[in-house]
Design a protein around this ligand. Structure first.
Ligand code: NAP
Length: 295
């Protein structure tokens, strides 16, 4: 028996396997294509011949393939192997997919935690990595010594296995705006012959301001309290209209700027003009969303 198996050793799974090997664990690995397994075997990992063999090889298996459909497919025919095993799934997906996978694994007599990774592969094993786990508290306690080897921060967000992917998708929503917004700004600078690297340096120096804003937005939305406004919805709606016009005028792709301007204009037209910018949540909740009060 190995201490742990890692199934799916692409960029992230390899980083996890390398970290666990470096911590001195006996690690079994399996990957659909062989080439990614070889460098890990050179570092001391054992290659399994199938996903089922990898599950059988260890009391716990960490799954890191692309998504839940791929995970479900590779678990076909592993029912007996899953009995008594602890499975931790790190692929991206939705809360509903995590709950469906938990049902499948529990029906086979296995235990299940769902996880989200807040790190680039090179940060795994460093204090900068963070891992968010959801699922049964006893299973989390059992997995903790293993998970502690993988990085700086480890959070357990409760027994509902869907909640790790809820946090993961919330973070992804933030990063989507961050990535597209940054590139939109860089595209504008390029049309003026200016250096996008300067944009990175300038925004990085604003890190503490951005951190404060995120915390203030979270608290304002949780309390539904948008009156304390240092920057208002109507000001931002106006600013974004000029950004959209600038992007259009330079020939840059303006879809993102127009979308952002339209969302803030809609909030202003709903009568939220004098509210703090976080009041944009009232547009983004949408007419059909059904918020559940925090437990
Ligand atoms: P990746 O390098 O593209 O690796 C994907 C892995 O999934 C490979 O091992 C691939 O096998 C396997 N795979 C895909 N489809 C499969 C199938 N049908 N059957 C069996 N195996 C299959 O991606 P990654 O960056 O490691 O990401 C893996 C997961 O980690 C994703 O859900 C991603 O969202 C999450 N994640 C990644 C990062 C990151 O920075 N990279 C950060 C946080 C979370 P082959 O090698 O045979 O193609």
């Amino acid at each position: 028996m190995s201490d742990v198996s890692v199934i799916g050793v692409g960029d992230m799974g390899s980083a996890i396997a390398r970290t666990l090997l470096a911590a001195g664990l006996a690690v079994t690995v399996w990957n659909r294509s062989d080439a990614k397994v070889r460098p890990l075997v050179e570092r001391g990992a054992t290659a399994a011949v199938s996903a089922r063999a990898a599950i059988e090889a260890s009391p716990a298996a960490l799954l890191c393939v692309s998504d839940y459909p791929a995970t479900m497919a590779l678990l076909e025919g592993t029912t007996r192997a899953l009995h008594g095993r602890l499975i931790v799934q790190f692929a991206s997906g939705t809360p509903a997919q995590a709950r469906a996978l938990e049902t499948k694994i529990r029906q086979a007599g296995g235990r299940y935690l769902d996880g989200a990774i807040g790190a680039w592969p090179r940060q795994v094993g460093s204090p900068d990595a963070s891992f968010t786990l959801a699922g049964n508290a006893d299973d989390f306690a059992a997995a903790r010594p293993l998970l502690d080897l993988m990085g700086g921060q480890l959070a357990h967000v409760g027994p509902d296995v869907g909640h790790a992917k809820a946090y993961a998708n919330a973070g992804l929503a933030y990063f989507a705006g961050h990535w597209i917004g940054f590139a939109q700004g860089a595209a504008v600078l390029e049309t003026e012959g200016l250096d996008p690297a300067m944009l990175g340096d300038t925004l990085a120096s604003m890190g503490p301001i951005l951190a404060t804003d995120m915390q203030r937005m979270g608290r304002a939305i949780a309390a539904e309290a948008f009156d304390e406004a240092e920057s208002t919805v109507k000001t931002i709606a106006g600013d974004l209209r000029w950004l959209a016009e600038l992007a259009d005028a330079t020939g840059a792709e303006a879809e993102f700027a127009r979308l952002a301007a339209a969302l803030f204009a809609r909030a202003r037209d709903l009568g939220l003009g004098d509210k703090q910018h976080s009041a944009i949540i009232k547009v983004l909740r949408g007419p059909l969303a059904a918020p559940v009060p925090p437990s």
